[in-house]
Design a protein around this ligand. Structure first.
Ligand code: GLY
Length: 387
């Protein structure tokens, strides 16, 4: 197993980091209670945005994490304003024709329901879960990620969607409606069967034949090329397989988690800050993506709960070592530098093989900030996940 040859982050550093992050969030409330933060920063500072895109739940998630850490009532009040906005969004079907209902509604509305018993949070999250179920494709048994339902060139799922499924398990627990759980289980089974490659690397997306439901081919959207491992996709695979195990209890997903994590760790550069695609190695001038690192840290810390003790030690220590590097190299420590939390993320990067445009390169982004904070909370407290 590949170990990171760096020290672990210390308890003092964790506390200092979470105090700073919580203060940043609280200072940002003045601008971002009735608005949301943009997907990524511009020159390391966020701008205001309405509740659109797939990312606004992360900002609310940071507000809830700051509330849990500080008990500051201003966070609770902002969280309540945000949940009303999320209810309005799902009621009016604003930018919800895609699969990212979990990213949007778990850290915002499920969190608000779990933390303060919000009925608005519960109503919004249940409606979002139904919306997610509506994207299930029985032919192929997967949740279609984007685009018009059934369209041939959109007939695919993506690895990221594993993180949307806890919303369905939560909805099942609340309603006992088996549909939520069945759709989640089928999607997990399909994902695990087709998205993990022989060597533990992952496809970002996988297509099916809309006529027959037969598996067709893997492809990338945000990675460098089809056969490479998009860094954040691999990290979604780490956290996603931990979640898949948590909710299904299927032993084989422990092995999947280990293989996907090993591939990620053994393809980090020697300075450990992940490149946006794991193809790139030390010395490359390609941008980094710190957000993939914190997602991987959270995934390892989730999985530690279910592993035998000899494995627990390895993954907890690895998570702390990776977080130490990200804290040293990427964490914002001065509000003059940024109003975000984690520098050096990449949203999307154009390559000669993909169809992406350049967005949010070497910037903070909503999920990088959120999962950085989640990682700190996970290491400082016994935390009840929003996922
Ligand atoms: N889930 C979309 C992304 O990671 O960019």
């Amino acid at each position: 197993m590949k170990q990171i040859n760096r020290p672990e982050i210390t308890k003092e550093e964790l506390l200092q980091a979470l105090n700073f992050a919580s203060n940043q969030v609280i200072e940002n409330l003045e601008d971002y209670t009735h608005h949301f933060q943009t997907i990524y920063t511009d020159g390391n500072f966020y701008n205001k945005m309405e509740n659109v895109e797939w990312t606004t739940g992360f900002w609310t998630g940071e507000v809830w994490l700051a509330y849990e850490h500080t008990g500051d009532e201003r966070c609770k009040e902002a969280g309540m304003v945000h949940m009303k906005s999320f209810l309005d969004r799902i009621d009016r079907k604003i930018d919800v024709d895609h699969h990212d209902m979990g990213f949007l509604y778990s850290p915002s509305c499920v969190a608000g329901y779990k933390l303060i018993g919000s009925s608005i949070g519960k109503e919004a999250a249940l409606k979002a879960a139904k919306q997610l179920v509506s994207r299930f494709q029985p032919k192929g048994e997967f949740i279609q990620a984007w685009g018009k339902m059934g369209e041939k060139n959109n007939y695919r799922f993506i690895i990221d969607c594993l993180m949307n499924l806890p919303l369905l398990y939560w909805a099942y627990e609340e309603t006992k409606d088996e549909t939520f759980r069945e759709v989640a289980e089928k999607h997990i089974t399909t994902t695990m069967k087709y998205v993990i490659r022989e060597d533990g690397s992952t496809w970002h997306t996988f297509f099916f034949d809309p006529e027959t439901g037969a598996p067709d081919h893997g492809a990338t959207k945000q990675g460098y090329r089809d056969g490479s491992a998009w860094g954040r996709g691999q990290a979604w695979g780490i956290y996603g397989s931990a979640m898949a195990y948590r909710y299904t209890g299927r032993e084989e997903y422990i092995e999947t988690f280990k293989r996907v994590t090993e591939y990620y760790l053994s393809h980090l550069p020697t300075d450990i800050v992940p490149y946006w695609d794991l193809e790139f190695q030390q010395g490359s001038v390609q941008p980094r993506d710190s957000s993939s690192g914190v997602i991987a840290v959270c995934g390892m810390l989730e999985m530690v709960k279910y592993l035998p003790s000899e494995d627990q030690e390895f993954y907890r220590s690895t998570a702390k070592r990776l977080l130490k590097v990200l804290y040293d190299e990427c964490a914002v420590k001065d509000r003059e530098v940024s109003d975000g939390l984690l520098l050096h993320g990449t949203y999307s990067k154009k390559s000669k093989y993909n169809q992406c445009s350049n967005h949010g390169i070497d910037e903070c982004n909503a999920w990088g900030d959120y999962f950085y904070m989640e990682a700190l909370v996970r290491l400082l407290k016994t935390w009840e996940p929003y996922w």
